[in-house]
Design a binder for this molecule. Structure first.
Ligand code: NAD
Length: 358
């Protein structure tokens, strides 16, 4: 073997899934390729102890396949924890298609992805995520019986259920922190007034809470001010608002070393994924006496609706399971108090225990 080739092999070795820093005992990682349509996708099945792995399909213009692998490994593990904590009979998985959804999405590519999902014979169940619309999922579902969130299997947009779960979680957090089940007069800073955030505002307003709202898209703010009598705030100051509850419903990592000292709220409870920039931020929140509702426990309403919806479109079971998010959070808060641990750590422990018991 000549020297350059040896070097190339060595580089290749360090980028396999097994050596990847995000590899965490994943059961199966499939690199799916379809030369005719140009499909390049990765399907990662993290854990199927509780049932088949369910998690969305993300289409994104990843610059490298390693970046895509990082996302697939990390997100699929997250789904194992989210599904376990939500009490769903499902494992965790996720898929990523390496393509720009604006310029590279074609029906052939989506169908090829569907055929690859079908080959896994139900070990992985796919659904919508970033870059994949309900119409795209219909095309994928034309090739596989293992797709959710379609007209035949779904309740449509999961956001209303996510919003219901977040609202229920805010109620549970207020009850735990302030000892009241009423929201009248409670002030909440909702950062991000999109599909979920706006729905959360609607519930909060109907229950007497006072709203401070922010969004980088100004019309959303104007609408909330007009509809709920909300007070607008600069999106970059949303975390520092003088309120009882800070509800991040836009981006991740808004809770970090820079923002934590500025937070005045006594509760953080919102829909955004990956709110803590690092695990240490959970410790810092506990030290500051701020009650943090772990994001993946709180925002599970969407996946519950995707997982449990049936062709009958009856959402009673979905609503019941979504409302149980409040009980799960109360259990996390109580155990965190008892064990002197951050709520983020307790959520992980609880998910791992459910996984082991399953
Ligand atoms: P969305 O795109 O409908 O809304 C996001 C909103 O945030 C938009 O209005 C956008 O203008 C605003 N925004 C973006 N950057 C901002 C910033 N820096 N400050 C203030 N506002 C900003 O998304 P969504 O479906 O409402 O989801 C919101 C969050 O909840 C995301 O983090 C998402 O991953 C998470 N989540 C959503 C669901 C669901 O069912 N949709 C489920 C679980 C988790």
């Amino acid at each position: 073997m000549n020297a350059p080739l040896a070097q190339a092999v060595a580089l290749e070795d360090t980028s396999t899934a097994f050596d990847h820093p995000e590899f965490s005992g994943h059961e199966q990682v499939v690199f799916a390729h379809d030369p005719a349509s140009g499909l390049r996708a990765i399907i990662a099945i993290h854990n199927t102890r509780l049932g088949p792995a369910l998690g969305g399909c993300r289409m994104w213009g990843y610059r490298t396949s390693r970046e895509a692998l990082t996302d697939a490994l990390r997100l699929s593990k997250g789904m194992t924890y989210k599904n376990a904590l939500a009490g769903l009979p499902l494992g965790g998985g996720k898929s990523v298609i390496i393509a720009d959804p604006k310029t590279e999405k074609t029906p052939e590519l989506l169908k090829a992805f569907g055929r690859h999902v079908e080959r896994l014979a139900g070990g992985y169940i796919t659904a919508e995520d970033v870059g994949i619309t309900a119409a795209d999922m219909e095309l994928i579902a034309s090739q596989t019986g293992h797709a959710r969130g379609t007209e035949a299997t779904g309740l449509g947009d999961p956001s209303p259920y996510t919003a219901l779960g977040v609202f229920t979680g805010i109620q549970a957090a207020v009850a735990h922190k302030f000892g009241t089940s009423h929201l009248t007069g409670i002030t909440v800073s909702v950062q991000g007034l999109g599909n979920v955030g706006y729905g959360v505002c609607r519930y909060l307003h109907a229950h007497g809470a006072k709203l401070v709202v922010s969004d980088i898209h100004e019309p959303n703010v104007k609408r909330a001010v007009a509809e709920f009598g909300a007070q607008p705030i600069d999106p970059h100051q949303a975390h520092a608002a003088d309120v009882d509850v800070y509800a991040p419903c836009a981006l991740g990592a808004t809770i970090n070393a820079a923002t934590i000292p500025q937070i005045k709220a006594k509760i953080i409870a919102g829909a955004a994924n990956n709110q803590l920039q690092t695990p240490e931020d959970g410790v810092k929140l506990m030290q500051r006496g701020i009650l943090y509702a772990p994001d993946y426990a709180l925002n599970a309403g969407g996946v519950i609706s995707v997982a449990l919806a049936t062709s009958s479109k009856d959402d009673a079971m979905v609503r019941e399971k979504t409302l149980a998010i409040g009980d799960t959070l109360t259990a996390i808060f109580k155990r965190a108090d008892l064990e002197g641990l951050p709520t983020s750590v307790v959520a992980d422990k609880l998910a791992e225990e459910r996984l082991m018991a399953g």
